[in-house]
Design a protein around this ligand. Structure first.
Ligand SMILES: Cc1cc2nc3c(=O)[nH]c(=O)nc-3n(C[C@H](O)[C@H](O)[C@H](O)COP(=O)(O)OP(=O)(O)OC[C@H]3O[C@@H](n4cnc5c(N)ncnc54)[C@H](O)[C@@H]3O)c2cc1C
Length: 538
């Protein structure tokens, strides 16, 4: 069997690509996914990410190298390993980023990626419960809904932001992102809408021209014996055996294995920086020094407060309340179990003179030492703040030719002065919110940061001690026209034929917000370009 298109990775981007390309019954598509089917029931219950995170059946469970910017701490880096990829274990928050992000991508030479170009693609995927039709789609497959549980303390948090000068908003996904309000979620009637649920489930039984193979770990690209830069297929391992899937003439492989998996597969296939490849014992096939470089991520600084009203900590720590939450969800699909990772979104400017927000808050009416583990034994909330456009760049590189060996992840968090100053302003902003008329009456004490935090140095040190990833690695196969770019604006790998990359790794710069919706948009755009190129006379 040979295919017109082989897609590697059934994640946020891979699922939409498989859907759009297989819409034409004359096109044969293969989708290879290293993880299993999305049958774990916790995948589909919004709050279930507490069960799928750090679970090797659904999470790759990566870990970074110890990071000097975090006082030597190494972070857990979850990534989804199942149909839907990270969209099956993520926090469900539907955020597009800022108009200016995409306009900047276009200004960098990425023609066709401005806000005006990409807005129709966001709308095409979307089935929004209650959005302005100028900005939101109604007919797409990706369900987006308003949250189904609010609380006194979340309202107070929004009130605090408003007192700090942030306008209230019902929709941060339009051309002006600044505002404080409730998150929109990728959910339908109280269930998660992952990319697999949206784009694969409705078609998998009806499209005979689409093969979806799970537990298929792609181990490398296959090249033409007489044309070393022409991809002709992929190799993958499944149930202990080695397999190959081949392309029809003129076919393409689309790498959608995510910001860790995609650069890894390029490198094990001999595409990358020759020095990195040689150190890993890999023969270079094509020099492309940007592979695995330019890594960006959002770093969340998580402040925790004890309050004098019950929060989800109280409910979750109490067996009877837990049962009541379960019953509410079972009967009405509402309440805490219908909530994604955060309730309140705030996009704010941490200093005067900025044109657009530079920090984002994720408010959670609960608190724990780390996301996904036991709640604190007191009524608490988490005020997580992250810098939207970090300057620090890290890298991800292989250390072995074996695709099963995890690559080395070096984020270099807080390694520039600009990021350090932003972290200081962000922590100060978060602490100032707790002194507002709206929020102060509820605050009992600051739990994190603990100890004396007074000077700028103290604030930075506290940030280094408490920050965690907010799970948004991007840009390791960045799109562009410069000599560090890995793909061109049509997502074709520079210098290689028959190969594109389409996932979060191609973002030229990280977007100013959560990365799932932008990655689905990248999948949509990839398909448009693949189909346009297919129609061109050869
Ligand atoms: C815990 C968590 C919470 C998050 N919360 C949010 C949120 O609330 N809102 C938001 O917008 N974003 C969130 N994100 C980020 C967002 O989900 C990701 O940016 C997005 O899903 C990335 O999509 P992708 O297609 O690039 O990669 P993925 O969705 O990760 O897909 C990559 C796929 O490729 C597969 N794969 C990898 N290597 C191979 C291989 N060698 N062979 C075969 N298959 C392979 C993987 O198993 C996976 O299925 C979160 C992410 C995580 C992990």
């Amino acid at each position: 069997m040979s295919y017109d298109y082989i897609i590697i990775g059934a994640g946020s981007a891979g699922c939409v690509i498989a859907n759009r390309l297989s819409a034409d019954p004359n096109i044969r598509v293969l989708l290879l996914e290293a993880g299993g089917k999305d049958t774990n029931p916790w995948i589909h219950i919004p709050v279930g990410y507490f069960k799928t995170l750090h679970n090797p059946n659904t999470d790759w469970c990566y870990k970074t190298e110890p990071d000097p910017g975090l006082n030597g701490r190494a972070l857990d880096w979850p990534r989804g390993k199942t149909l839907g990829g990270s969209s099956s274990i993520n926090g469900l928050l539907y955020v597009r980023g800022q108009k200016e992000d995409y306009d900047r991508w276009a200004q960098l030479g990425n023609t066709g990626w401005s806000w005006d170009d990409v807005l129709p693609l966001f709308k095409r995927s979307e089935n929004h419960e209650d959005g302005d039709p100028e900005l939101h789609g109604k007919d797409g497959e990706l369900a987006v809904s308003l949250i189904r549980a609010k609380s006194k303390i979340s309202e107070a948090f929004i009130g605090a932001a408003v007192e700090m000068g942030v306008p209230r908003t019902d929709d941060y996904n339009g051309p002006d992102q600044e505002g404080a309000g409730y998150f929109h979620q990728t959910a339908r009637k109280g269930f998660r809408c992952s990319s697999a649920k949206a784009f694969l489930t409705p078609i998998k039984k009806t499209r005979q021209n689409l093969d979806v193979v799970t537990h298929a770990h792609t181990t490398g690209l296959v090249f033409a014996p007489d044309a070393p830069k022409q991809v002709t297929g992929v190799s993958y391992s499944r149930e202990g055996s080695s397999n190959r899937a081949m392309l029809k003439p003129g076919g393409e492989v689309i790498l959608s294995a995510g910001a860790i998996g995609s650069p890894q597969l390029l490198e094990v296939s001999g595409i990358g920086n020759p020095q990195v490849l040689s150190a890993a014992g890999i023969e270079a096939r094509h020099a492309l020094p940007g592979v695995g470089e330019h890594l960006q991520d959002h770093l969340q600084i998580r402040l925790v407060y004890e309050v004098n009203v019950p929060t989800l900590n109280d409910a979750i720590n109490n067996v009877l309340h837990r049962a009541a939450i379960g019953i509410e969800y079972g009967l009405r699909r509402t309440g805490p179990m219908s909530l994604g990772a955060s309730q309140v979104a705030i996009f704010a400017k941490s200093m005067q003179g900025l044109e657009t927000p530079d920090i984002q808050f994720h408010f959670q009416p609960l608190s724990a030492d780390k996301p996904g583990i036991e709640m604190h034994p007191f009524s608490g909330f988490t005020s997580s703040v992250c810098q939207l456009r970090p300057e620090s760049r890290g890298h991800i590189h292989v250390t072995s030719p074996d695709a099963q060996v995890y690559p080395k992840i070096v984020p270099n968090y807080l390694s520039t002065t600009g990021d350090q100053l932003c972290a200081i302003r962000a922590v100060k902003f978060a602490r100032a919110m707790t002194k507002t008329n709206a929020l102060a009456p509820y605050i009992v004490r600051e739990h994190v940061p603990s100890g004396k935090v007074e000077t700028d140095e103290d604030h930075l040190e506290a940030a280094r001690d408490m920050a965690q990833t907010i799970y948004h690695p991007t840009s390791t196969c960045k799109m562009g026209t410069d000599d560090r770019a890995v793909v061109d604006p049509r997502l074709r790998v520079h210098g290689i034929r028959g190969l594109r990359v389409a996932d979060a790794s191609v973002m030229p710069d990280i977007v100013s917000g959560n990365t799932n919706a932008p990655t689905i948009m990248i999948g949509e755009k990839c398909c448009d370009m693949v189909l346009e190129d297919r129609r061109k006379p050869s």
